[in-house]
Every structure is written in C-alpha cells, then in structure tokens.
Ligand binder design. Structure first.
Ligand code: NAD
Length: 450
C-alpha cells in the first residue's frame, strides 16, 4: 500500500543520511528522555528480542550456514538457543538484580540509611566478532538493555549474511529510537569509535582491543574487552584417556575450532602425550566419521585468509589425524599434531581453528611453569583425578576461567562470570555480571538533617 512504501522511502532516506554522529545522537536523546529506565521498558525489549529469535530462527540459521557452514543444530545450540537461555535467565531475575541493596551504617553515623543502587550508564557500543556472530552481538545487547541503556551494535563484516540479517531484523522488533545497528568494517568502526559512548563492549582480538581502548580513553569511556589467547588443556596420567580425548575433541573442533575458549593445545604430562594420540584420533573419528568434510556438524573456516594462516601451521608437528584441506570450500580437517616444540609457530599465537598440538611436559610443576611463562589464558582446562592437582592449579595459575573435566561449557552457565584476565581481556558478563558491567553501582546515603 502507498502508506507503507512512503514509510519505507522515508526510512531509506533517513538511513542514507545518517552518519555515526547522528546515530549516536538519536539513541542518546532516547536515553536522556528517561524512556529506557523503567523495568517495563527493559522487559518489553527483552520480550521483543525473544520474539525475534523465535520467529526468525530460520532466517538467522540460514545466514549462519552461509557465513560459517554452521548446521541448523549448531546454530541453535551455540547462537539462537544460547541467547534465549541468557535472555530467559535475565528476565526471570532482573527485578531482583535491580532492587536497591541496603548497606550497613556504622554506629558513629546513625541515625542514617545507606543503600546501593544500580543505574544505567547511557549509550553502549557493542562491537561483535565473526565466530559466533549472532550470540556475541545479542548476549551483550541483552545485558545493555536489561541494565536500562540504549545501544549501538556493530556486527562483524566477516560474516556478512549474519550482519545483514541482524541489521534487517533487529529494528523490526526493538525500539528503533533506542537500538541502532551499524554495519561495516574498519572505516565504519573507526568512525563510530570517534563518538562518545558511556561504555564500549568489544569482543575480538587483542590488537583491535588496543585500538578500541585507545579510542575510548579519549572520552574516558570504560571498556569491556573480551579477547582470546591460547587456552591449554592439561592432561595428567591416570585419567580415563578415552573419555578425556572425547571431551577435548568436542570442545576443540566445534565451529571448526573457531571458539574463543576452545582448548588451544594439550599439555600432556608424562606418558600421556603418546598414549593420547590414538584416543584423540578415535574421538575425532567417532564424532565426525571417516570424512568430516561430509559430516553436517563440521563447520568451515570463515575466509581464505584464515584458511591460509591455518594450513601454514600443519607442518609444525607430526600429523596424528587430519591434515586434509580444500581452500575453495574453506575446509580444514580436524587435525591433531604430535611432537610439537614449544618454539613452533603453532605455539606462538592463538590457533583459532581445527588444529590441536600436543605438547609434552614431564610433570605438573613443568605444566604450571609452562602456563605461567605465557599470557594469562581465557580458559584453563585440566583432566585430573587429584584434588591436590586441582588445588594447585587453582592457586598457582591465573586464567579467565578454570574448568576440570569439561572444556568450553562454563560459558553456558549464566551464573558464572565470563571474561578474561591480563592479555585475555578485562571485565566480565553473562547473567548478573552483565548488569554489573552495564550499570553504575551508586552509593546512596540518607541522614536526617535534624
Ligand atoms: P573480527 O575481525 O571480526 O573483529 C572484531 C570486530 O572488530 C569486528 O566488528 C571488526 O569490524 C572490528 N575491527 C576489526 N579491525 C578493526 C580496526 N582496525 N579498528 C576498529 N575495529 C576493527 O574478529 P577477530 O578479532 O578476528 O576475532 C577473533 C578473536 O576474537 C580471537 O582472538 C578470539 O579468541 C576472540 N574472541 C573472544 C571471545 C570472547 O568472548 N572472549 C569470543 C569470540 C572471539
């Protein structure tokens, strides 16, 4: 009908005429109006996001398939369903998280009342990466909106189908005056970063993390940096190696290894290095069959540049299983490398792909020293039956998270904080930690004047 095409034309003209300054000014005006502060507004946005995820499951799933070869099952598990879990947990607990908390007033100051109040920060910028391009855009957004902020969302240009789907669908469901999606790569992000935000939430690599933090410093804007790094999986002698190998393989090769908390390498203590080899090979075969290229659950590398980077690492050790690759389809087989030297290129930077080196170390002391000699990882995993080993790893190493017996899954528990430390990032989110991140925690004191 003519009415809706006129509206469309108007929206198009408005979109073309809007630069980053206008976009930020628009959502800032909404924040300043106070519209986003009531609990009802926040819950309405979360309900709208929920509706979007359930009504548009197919559209997002197709986009994720096009960008990363993600199967519908994997797209649901790691992206759509993951965001819905976070959303439901937030809706269920939000009123309680936002309730003012009474604080004790020392005797000397009485009579008086003191409390702690969480208030929204203002305009939040979310910059998302490509490996979980929907989840890592929406989960921070859920926190930002639940905390009463307005937001600008910048999806990754490396996953263009998902980025386009977000840009097309989000404004159909959410308050358009409060949430804006800006698509683009380096120039667009650089232009956005010139604007003043009240918080910047960046997920990606440490090089860009530094660029983001430098830009934020100009406006004294606080940042959350969700970065990566090499997350080790320590394996101690005496554990069930078949079960251990299955857990490691599941954590490592999902999304073709492009998971920020995937085990980056195995730190095999004593004889486990050699003993693990057949178990890892069997676990890969058990999960993806004889031809992972034909298995629907096995993903693809995001682009040719990353494919080239990863295939260049295949000579850094003896191939136990895998090694096959095809540039045209961006396929790289789940690959395990043995006899890997700590000085090999594969052990220098985060692998972020389906290549798993096994690095032997003589004992637990050597494993702890190996970990502590390097950047603090985003996650540390260990397979051990020893309580003493668990205690030593907890006390003597530092990492974003520490998990015994199960890699990756801690990030799906919304009561656990998710974030890095040192070079793996700063700040944390998920569940109530997101509310902390996107709020100012204000002290309120009230003493009678007379
Ligand atoms: P990416 O290249 O998609 O970059 C992330 C974002 O930064 C994108 O939106 C991109 O447009 C923007 N960007 C890129 N270059 C820029 C520049 N010069 N200036 C301003 N903005 C720029 O993602 P990536 O960094 O390749 O992602 C992989 C890394 O992210 C890995 O290290 C991985 O471990 C990490 N990661 C961490 C988490 C986490 O939750 N901690 C999650 C996923 C990925």
């Amino acid at each position: 009908n003519p009415g809706s095409s006129a509206t469309l034309a108007h929206a198009l003209v408005a979109a073309l005429a809007t630069g980053p300054a206008e976009v930020v000014a628009r959502v800032r005006a909404t924040f300043d109006s106070g519209a986003t502060k009531p609990l009802e507004w926040r819950l309405r946005q979360l309900a709208a996001l929920r509706l979007m995820l359930t009504e548009q499951t197919e559209a997002f799933s197709q986009a994720l398939q096009a960008d990363l070869g993600k199967s519908p099952k994997e797209a649901y598990r790691g992206e759509i369903g993951f965001a819905l879990n976070e959303l439901d947990h937030t809706v269920e607990n939000l009123a309680q998280w936002l309730a003012p908390r009474p604080a004790t007033v020392p005797e000397f100051f009485r009579p008086a009342e003191a409390k702690v109040v969480r208030e929204p920060l203002g305009v939040v910028l979310v910059i998302a990466p490509w490996n979980y391009p929907l989840q890592l855009a929406l989960v921070p957004l859920i926190g930002a909106l639940a905390a009463g902020n307005t937001a600008v969302l910048k999806p990754s240009e490396l996953t263009p189908a998902t980025s386009a789907a977000i840009a097309r669908l989000l404004p159909r469901y959410l308050d358009r005056e409060a949430v804006a999606v800006v698509e683009g790569g380096v120039p667009e992000t650089t232009a956005l970063l010139e604007q003043r935000f009240d918080h910047i939430f960046y997920t990606g690599n440490g090089v860009v993390g530094r660029i983001v933090m430098t830009a934020a410093a100009r406006h004294l804007t606080p940042v959350t940096l969700e970065l990566g790094g090499k997350s080790p999986a320590v394996v101690e002698p005496g554990v069930d190696l078949a079960a251990t190998a299955q857990r490691i393989v599941r954590g490592k090769f999902g999304n073709a290894g492009q998971i920020c908390v995937a085990p980056d390498y195995v730190l095999a203590i004593g004889g486990t290095a050699a003993e693990l080899e057949p178990h890892l090979a069997a676990a890969v075969q058990g999960l993806y069959g004889d031809d992972p290229a034909a298995h629907p659950a096995y993903g693809r590398i995001v682009n040719e540049r990353h494919h080239d980077r990863l295939t260049a690492l295949l000579g850094d050790g003896r191939i136990v299983t895998g090694g096959g690759h095809d540039r045209a389809s961006r396929y790289l087989a789940p690959t395990v490398l043995a006899d890997v030297s700590p000085d090999a290129p594969v052990m220098q930077a985060e692998i972020f792909g389906p290549v798993l080196p096994i690095v032997p170390v003589p004992d637990l002391d050597a494993a702890i020293a190996f970990i502590n000699d390097r950047d603090k990882p985003l996650a540390l995993y260990a397979f051990t039956e020893s309580e003493q080993t668990k205690q030593r790893l907890t006390a003597e190493t530092s990492s974003g998270a520490l998990a015994f017996g199960l890699p990756v899954s801690h990030l799906a528990m919304p009561d656990l904080p998710f974030g890095g430390v040192g070079q793996s990032g700063m700040g944390r989110y998920h569940g109530e930690y997101s509310i902390d991140t996107f709020s100012h925690t204000k002290a309120v004191l009230d003493k009678p004047i007379v």
